[in-house]
Design a protein around this ligand. Structure first.
Ligand SMILES: Cc1cc2nc3c(=O)[nH]c(=O)nc-3n(C[C@H](O)[C@H](O)[C@H](O)COP(=O)(O)OP(=O)(O)OC[C@H]3O[C@@H](n4cnc5c(N)ncnc54)[C@H](O)[C@@H]3O)c2cc1C
Length: 564
C-alpha cells in the first residue's frame, strides 16, 4: 500500500523500516513483497515534484566547484533521483573490487565474483536489454570490435533504456502498482525521517523520528532499519543523530561523510577520422539492443592502469556536427521557429540539406523512431572521458550550523580532487592516440586541459555520490561492514552508493542496486532468525485510532486503496 502521511498514519512498529524511496529503497522493499516480513518505507517526497520538499536537500558546496547548492544534484521525491537520471548502465569490473597497491584505501571486502548474480538481478530492474556489456556484445549486435591492443584499451558497452518510448526507468512509476498492492509493505509518502534513536545502551537503533512539513511528528520502531537516502543524505541522518553518541551514529572513528567521490567527466580529445577507415563511426552509434540502446565505449585496460599506476577511466565518442551539418541545421531552425524568427542563411541551409535528403531522411527516422543518434557523415568525434577518483578522507561532507525547515542541520560538501585523479586523463588519451595511429583510424588531438593543472570548466560529476559510508571490515576506514551493517550498531544497515569503497568508471546505479539486492538476501536471513514465525502474511494496517481526515470528516483508510 502507498499512503500519504499528511492524512494517514503508520503502524507503531514493523519488522523492517527502510528510509528513502529511491532506487535503492524501492529495490529493497520489492524483495519483501508477499513475504511474512512487515515493511515500512518512509519517503520524504510525494508523487510529484515539490519545491518545498526539494529545499530540504539544500546545502553548501565549499570545496572544488560542484553544483552550486546540494539541492541541485539530486531529487527529493518518491523514486528519488531516478526521476531525473540518464539511465546509463554498465557494471564495474574485476579490477574495481580489487585492492590495488597504487590506489590508497582501495579494495572492496567483497569480490566481483560475489557480485555477479546480484548484478544480473539488478540489471533486470533497469528495464534494459539482455545482460551484455563486454566485448562479446559486438557479436550480439552483428558487428565486430576494432582490435585495440588489450594491454591498453578494452571495449565495453553502456546500456541506455531510451528505446520504444520507454525512456529512462522511473522507479516510482515502474514499481508503484506492485508496492501499492503488496499487503505487507507500507510506503509512507511525505514522511521525513529527522533522527535515529538508539536504545539506552547506545548499541542498537530502536526507533526513528518522523516529521511532516505540516508539523505532524511521530516515531516508528522496527527490528531492523536501512538508510537508503542517497550518498549525501545517509550521512546527514547518521551525523544529526547525536543524542547518545556525540559524533553521531557509526562515527566512532570519524569516518562518516569522508571519502566523498564522484565520477570525473569531461570531453578530453577530438578525433579526426581517416577518410579511408571510418570504422570508428560504429563506436559512436547507439545500437538497438532489446528494449535498450547499447553505446560502445573504451576503458583503460587493467594492465595499463597498473603499469601507469592510475585509476579506472573510460571513453565514449560523440559525433561532432558542424554548423552546416543536417542535424545542426534542423536544430537551429527549430530554435529559430521557437523564437518566431527564421534567418535567410538558415533557410538556405534547409534547402541545401533537403537536396541531400538521402542522408537526412534515414537520420530523422533513426532519431524519431528509435531515439538514436543521427549518423550523418561525421568524420570528427569528441572523446568524452569518465574517470574514478581515488578515495580521499579529506573529501568530505559535514554538518553546518544552518538548519532546514524541519530544524535539521544542513550539510556542506568539501569536495577535493587529487593529482592521482588527474593522472588517468593523459594516460587514457595517450592510449587512444597511439592505438588510433597504429590502426590507421585517425588522429587524436587532446584538449589543452588534459596536461594542465586546472580542470576544464566542462568538468561534471555523474552526479554520483559515493564513498561517504564506505564498506570496510576495519571500522577505522569504513562505516559499514561487508554486509552493509553499520559498525558498532546492531540493527542499522545502509543501501546505496555511499557504501562503495571505490567507484570505478561505471555509472553507479546498477552496482548500487546489486549491493542492495545482496543486502536484501542478508536481511531476509537475519529477519528469519529474529522475527517470530507467523502463520499468515501480516497486513500493514493503519490502526483504528489513526483515522485519516479529509476536511473535517474522519475517513477510514482502506488497505489496498492506495494513497495519493
Ligand atoms: C541528473 C542525474 C543523472 C543521473 N544519471 C545517471 C545515469 O545515467 N546512470 C546512473 O547509473 N546513475 C545516474 N544518476 C545517479 C542515480 O540517479 C542515483 O545513483 C540513484 O538514484 C541513487 O539511488 P538511491 O536510492 O541511493 O538514492 P535516491 O534515488 O536519491 O533516493 C533517495 C530517496 O530518499 C529520500 N529521502 C532523502 N532524505 C530522506 C529523509 N530524511 N527521510 C525520508 N526520505 C528521504 C529522497 O526523497 C529520495 O526519494 C543520475 C543522477 C542525477 C541527479
Amino acid at each position: 500500500m502507498i499512503v500519504d502521511l499528511r492524512s494517514c498514519s503508520h503502524p507503531a512498529e514493523v519488522d523492517l523500516c527502510i528510509v528513502g524511496g529511491g532506487a535503492a529503497g524501492i529495490a529493497l522493499a520489492r524483495e519483501f513483497v508477499g513475504t511474512k516480513i512487515n515493511v515500512a518505507m518512509l519517503e520524504s517526497g510525494g508523487n510529484d515534484f515539490n519545491a518545498e520538499i526539494q529545499a530540504l536537500y539544500d546545502g553548501e558546496s565549499i570545496g572544488e566547484p560542484y553544483y552550486q547548492r546540494l539541492d541541485q544534484c539530486r531529487t527529493r521525491r518518491f523514486g528519488g533521483s531516478t526521476n531525473c537520471w540518464g539511465g546509463m548502465c554498465t557494471p564495474m569490473t574485476e579490477i574495481d573490487f580489487r585492492k590495488r597497491a597504487w590506489v590508497p584505501y582501495s579494495g572492496w571486502p567483497i569480490t566481483n565474483h560475489d557480485m555477479q548474480t546480484y548484478l544480473k538481478r539488478a540489471h533486470k530492474l533497469c528495464g534494459i536489454g539482455p545482460y551484455a556489456y563486454d566485448e562479446d556484445t559486438w557479436k550480439v549486435l552483428g558487428a565486430s570490435a576494432i582490435p585495440f591492443d588489450p594491454d591498453k584499451l578494452w571495449s565495453h558497452f553502456w546500456q541506455i533504456n531510451n528505446r520504444h518510448g520507454d525512456r529512462q526507468v522511473r522507479f516510482a512509476a515502474k514499481f508503484r502498482t506492485e508496492l501499492e498492492q503488496a499487503k505487507n509493505i507500507g510506503v509512507y509518502l511525505h514522511a521525513n525521517v529527522t533522527r535515529l534513536n538508539l536504545n539506552h545502551q547506545g548499541e542498537r537503533v530502536e526507533s526513528l523520528r518522523i516529521e511532516t512539513l505540516e508539523g505532524r511528528t511521530s516515531t516508528i520502531k522496527a527490528k531492523l532499519f536501512v538508510l537508503a537516502c542517497g550518498g549525501i543524505e545517509n550521512v546527514r541522518l547518521l551525523l544529526v543523530s547525536d543524542q547518545q553518541r556525540t559524533a553521531g551514529i557509526g562515527n566512532d572513528y570519524d569516518a562518516v561523510g569522508r571519502y566523498f567521490n564522484e565520477h570525473l567527466q569531461a570531453p578530453c580529445a577530438t578525433v579526426k577520422l581517416n577518410p579511408k577507415n571510418v570504422r570508428f563511426c560504429d563506436y559512436s552509434r547507439l545500437w538497438p539492443l532489446g528494449r535498450s540502446h547499447a553505446l560502445p565505449g573504451l576503458t583503460l585496460s587493467p594492465r595499463a592502469q597498473e603499469k601507469h599506476q592510475t585509476l579506472n577511466a573510460s571513453l565514449s565518442a560523440d559525433p561532432v556536427f558542424h554548423a552546416d551539418h543536417a542535424w545542426t541545421v534542423i536544430k537551429n531552425v527549430r530554435h529559430d521557429l521557437a523564437q518566431r524568427k527564421l534567418s535567410v542563411s538558415a533557410l538556405k541551409n534547409v534547402i541545401r540539406i533537403l537536396r541531400g535528403s538521402r542522408v537526412l531522411v534515414p537520420d530523422v527516422y533513426r532519431r524519431m523512431v528509435h531515439g538514436g543518434r543521427p549518423t550523418g557523415d561525421p568524420t570528427e568525434y569528441t572523446l568524452y572521458a569518465r574517470a574514478e577518483q581515488a578515495p580521499n578522507p579529506a573529501s568530505r561532507i559535514r554538518l553546518t550550523a544552518e538548519v532546514d525547515r524541519l530544524g535539521m542541520r544542513k550539510l556542506a560538501l568539501d569536495w577535493h580532487t587529487t593529482e592521482m585523479d588527474r593522472r588517468a586523463f593523459p594516460v587514457l588519451v595517450d592510449a587512444a592516440r597511439t592505438e588510433f595511429e597504429r590502426l590507421g583510424l585517425g588522429v587524436v588531438q587532446e584538449h589543452a586541459w588534459v596536461r594542465e593543472q586546472a580542470w576544464p570548466n566542462t568538468l561534471a560529476g555523474g552526479p554520483h555520490h559515493m564513498g561517504t559510508t564506505r564498506m570496510s571490515d576495519d571500522p577505522r576506514y569504513g562505516v559499514v561492514d561487508r554486509n552493509a551493517k553499520v559498525h558498532g550498531v546492531q540493527s542499522l544497515y545502509i543501501a546505496g552508493s555511499s557504501v562503495f569503497p571505490t567507484g570505478g568508471h561505471a555509472n553507479c546505479t546498477l552496482t548500487l542496486l546489486a549491493t542492495t539486492l545482496r543486502l536484501a538476501d542478508r536481511l531476509k536471513k537475519e529477519l528469519a532468525r529474529i522475527v517470530p514465525s507467523r502463520a499468515h502474511v501480516p497486513a500493514v494496517l493503519v490502526p483504528d485510532l489513526l483515522l485519516a481526515t479529509q476536511g473535517n470528516a474522519p475517513v477510514r483508510w482502506t488497505p489496498g486503496a492506495g494513497g495519493r
